[in-house]
Write a protein that binds this ligand. Structure first.
Ligand SMILES: [Zn+2]
Length: 97
């Protein structure tokens, strides 16, 4: 095993151990959330274009277009854990003036 490989293995081990530590810290944190952010997710949506003939087997060909999906995020001030949500719930009561 050469030095490069040894260094990569060492760093991978360190990365895993740091991930484990972070997971423990975030698991026992009493989270204090920063204000929720609207952070839509972008993804590629397939759009049917045409069929290509391969013998007797027509194969559908797709093109892709950018789409966005509603998404919200919140980050903990203390442990920096970030969570995403794709749904909203109705707020039952709010003050009226
Ligand atoms: Zn936290």
């Amino acid at each position: 095993m050469n030095n490069e490989q040894m260094e990569i293995d060492r760093l991978e081990g360190e990365l895993q151990s740091r991930k484990d530590t972070l997971k423990r810290v975030q698991g026992s944190c009493s989270h204090e959330w920063e204000p929720t952010l609207y952070e839509p997710e972008t993804y590629m949506e397939p759009v049917f274009s045409h069929y290509e003939e391969h013998g007797s087997d027509p194969t559908p060909v797709y093109t892709y277009r950018d789409k966005t999906k509603d998404r919200w995020s919140r980050t903990c001030k203390k442990c920096s854990k970030k969570e995403f949500s794709y749904s909203q719930k109705a707020v039952k009561y709010e003050p009226s003036f």
